[in-house]
Design a protein around this ligand. Structure first.
Ligand code: ARG
Length: 441
């Protein structure tokens, strides 16, 4: 197949150079967006009187056929833009040669990536929405289950299991809110300077459902802020997904034993017959690293660029394509894991009844009886220092520490969580309020 765009050259492009500069492998993901952009461009050319209505119909029909049939991108095409133009010429003949009027591959690729981001951020919002729903459903189903809450992975205070699930829900809601990158159309910027052909970029923008058109044609072709914002938002979501995955991996160990993943979600060992491993969650955790790498790669590509389009910008596509796919899959895996998670409420209750978890309850009761907080903290700390279980102390023992026995008393995790009535806290009432609040997204 002949190389394209070589009429001014005395020699074909060196094979190695062609392989090094071609973007066809990444561009396969952008084919539909590229063709959609071209269909909008045809409408713009027709509105400006650059092509006749017959030519516009011919061009549009050819492009729609490519959209329906798909297209194999050949290395010789160099990129999706030239591949589509070549195929269009095969399909409709000379009219195809009008298509590239008043645009360049620079504004074209910027548009393709914008369309891609716009669609993928919506897919990712949907996947995270599924996870949010799963977390809320699980929290609602197990709203009275108590468990130990942790700081530093050390048992801290009793909490409601639902409260922990809703903490993740809140993170993912923020992620969804962040995935709201505005779609501005760069088409019509040309290579950098705009066009002498009287086309209206705002018309193209409206045709594509964009929020508006570019204001500066040089910025339009080199701006990849939207890509960086998307990769950042998706990567932060992947960090949150990784935290959820890590939490579930811990909770389903025999050491914690709070939850279990059903067989359909676990993988076996090639050697140890008893193993049922949470590999799908470990890979959610592992792949967050890959996304972080992609974010750094993208920003690093941008940082050295002088004003205007530079070919380095081609390298902003792989991070966007990879992160969109990886993070969506991770969100769906987590949604499935949460939906199917089996809960061992009894094991959580036993762990939440650990004596030491009630130290703060005693402090807070002393505070309620008028003891200054720091003083109360020190009195309870003196008991802790003895290493004795609170339940083993007699009334006289408590008095010896200047603690009224009624401030010590019998503790249950249920009573402990019930006392934490402050807004956003772990009391059943507060968790009910958190659960009932309308979805922000
Ligand atoms: N393949 C290129 C990319 O992905 C398209 C733009 C090429 N522009 C150019 N002037 N060579 O960025």
């Amino acid at each position: 197949m002949a190389q394209t765009l070589r009429h001014a050259f005395a020699a074909p492009m060196d094979d190695l150079v062609l392989k090094a500069v071609a973007s066809v492998d990444d561009d396969r993901h952008l084919l539909a967006d590229d063709v959609r952009g071209s269909i909008a461009h045809v409408a713009t050319l027709a509105a400006a009187g650059v092509v006749s209505s017959g030519q516009a119909a011919n061009l549009t029909a050819g492009l729609e056929r490519i959209l329906a049939e798909g297209l194999e991108l050949a290395l010789e095409d160099e990129d999706v833009h030239m591949a589509v133009e070549r195929r269009l010429e095969d399909l409709i003949g000379d009219d195809a040669r009008l298509l590239h009027t008043a645009r360049s591959r620079n504004d074209q690729v910027a548009l393709d990536l914008r369309l891609f981001v716009d669609a993928r951020q919506s897919d990712l919002r949907d996947a995270l929405g599924e996870l949010i729903e799963a977390l809320e459903a699980k929290a609602s189903e197990h709203r009275t289950v108590v468990m130990p809450g942790y700081t530093h992975v050390q048992r801290a205070q009793p909490i409601l299991f639902a409260h922990a699930l809703l903490a993740f829900r809140d993170q993912f809601e923020r992620d969804v809110e962040r995935l709201a990158i505005k779609f501005v159309s760069p088409l019509g910027a040309g290579a950098l300077a705009g066009s002498a052909v009287g086309i209206d970029p705002a018309f193209t923008a409206r045709t594509l459902g964009a929020a508006g058109a570019f204001a500066n044609s040089i910025d339009a072709v080199s701006d990849r802020d939207f890509a960086a914002e998307f990769v950042f938002a998706a990567t932060l979501a992947s960090v949150h997904l990784s935290q959820l995955a890590e939490t579930l991996v811990l909770w389903c160990t025999s050491e914690f034993g709070f939850v279990r993943l059903p067989d359909a979600l676990t993988t076996g060992s090639s050697l140890m017959p008893q193993k049922k491993n949470p590999d799908c969650l470990e890979l959610v955790r592992g792949r967050a690293g890959q996304s972080l790498g992609d974010l750094v790669a993208l920003l690093t590509t941008l940082k050295g660029l002088p004003v205007g389009y530079n070919r380095d910008l081609q390298e902003t596509k792989p991070p966007v394509i990879r992160v969109a796919d990886t993070v969506r899959t991770s969100a769906l895996v987590c949604a499935l894991a949460i939906r199917e998670l089996e809960i061992d409420a009894a094991a959580m209750h036993v762990a939440a009844s650990d004596d030491g978890l009630f130290a703060t309850d005693i402090v807070e009761r002393l505070v309620a009886s008028g003891v200054p907080f720091r003083e109360a903290h020190e009195r309870v700390a003196s008991v802790v220092r003895t290493g004795r279980a609170f339940t083993s102390l007699t009334d006289d023992d408590w008095r010896a520490f200047d603690i009224a026995p009624e401030c010590a008393g019998i503790f249950t995790p249920e009573a402990s969580v019930a006392s934490r009535t402050s807004p956003g806290g772990t009391s059943p009432q507060s968790v009910r309020t958190q659960l009932a609040r309308p979805r922000r997204t």
